[in-house]
Design a protein around this ligand. Sequence first.
Ligand SMILES: Nc1ncnc2c1ncn2[C@@H]1O[C@H](COP(=O)(O)OP(=O)(O)O)[C@@H](O)[C@H]1O
Ligand SMILES: [Mg+2]
Length: 372
Amino acid sequence: MEFVIGLMSGTSRDGVDAVLIKTDGLSLVTPIAFQFEPYPDYLRSAIADACDVAMSCTQRQTHPIIEHCEQSLSERHLTVTHALLKKAGVLASEISLIGLHGHTIAHRADLGWTWQIGKAEFLANQLDIPVMSNMRQYDVMYGGQGAPLIPVFHRALFADTSQPVAVLNLGGVANLTFIGRDGALAAFDCGMANALIDDWMSRKTNYPYDEGGDFAATGVVDATALGNMLEHPFFSASFPKSLDRKDFNLDFVEGLSAGDGAATLTAFSARAVAIGLRQLPAKPKRLIVCGGGRKNRTMIRMIEQYCEIPAVMTDDLGWDGDAIEAQGFAYLAYRCLHGLPITYPGTTGVPEPMSGGVLTRPEKTVMQEVPA
Ligand SMILES: Nc1ncnc2c1ncn2[C@@H]1O[C@H](COP(=O)(O)OP(=O)(O)O)[C@@H](O)[C@H]1O
Ligand SMILES: [Mg+2]
């Protein structure tokens, strides 16, 4: 097993998750350390601006707003990696690879492109460690959704669990992984989890998110607004499918009180999970939940109510639910380095199992070979 770092900057824009794991890229994964660095306000709004610019582009292109944001973000990546190494008591020279997810500023899989920012070359050269980045790119180029990428990691973690089982990641966006009795994977983004709730809280309260879901618990779900939001064709579409955080907005809850809006958006996230579960190949025996949204008690209560399935937190199975996605990108990066598949027809809709990533060695960039 080798030391691999994972750096995840999730769509919720809360900050960077940095992890150190030991892995063989197959079934062995040992978590070593986890470090979270919240974004300062200026960076959060720089990312929002970069997303606005990127979504108005028709492909990746240079732009001063994006360039400025990417540099600030990459400096965060560097400081969090130093803090992580210090916490773990491990030297940079002992690390085999960094898996850099970067921040998604536009995800347009339907148009054949996806864009994650984060300077691999800067990190590789500053730390003298090879960096694997752009892990969604080949998948999208070959007709896949480019998301979710994490299912193969979920299978590595929960292969021993009684199957079929589903893993639900409640990040900015929600995604579901189904692991069948034979280990076959099915996966897709199933809706929003926290992104809209965070936007609403920032706009209506002095808080960036709904701590514990306590604010949503004070409101009443508005059935009309919820019904309108669920009319979106995304929900009836069969998978593979994936989302950009801008695919939904706050228009339908605009006229509601702050509490009712929070309750309605929370119900929207929970109902999306229930719809997603019904689209899986079979009913899972249980739902394993990770991501920041698992700490939203109102959301979890609604999910259990709408889905009629017991939810268990990854933490209760020995895996820190805040660290799993970053651990996943460390694991995926290591698999890319060894040419192992990271996406499958059942997870992103790519025609055949596919590896990917762009490997940046200190001072040198080499495109990974992808099996034909
Ligand atoms: N204590 C909490 N109570 C409710 N929601 C929380 C709590 N802590 C974090 N969250 C939610 O989780 C989000 C971050 O989850 P995360 O899994 O990091 O998503 P992403 O990968 O998209 O960044 C925050 O934006 C917030 O909405
Ligand atoms: Mg996050």
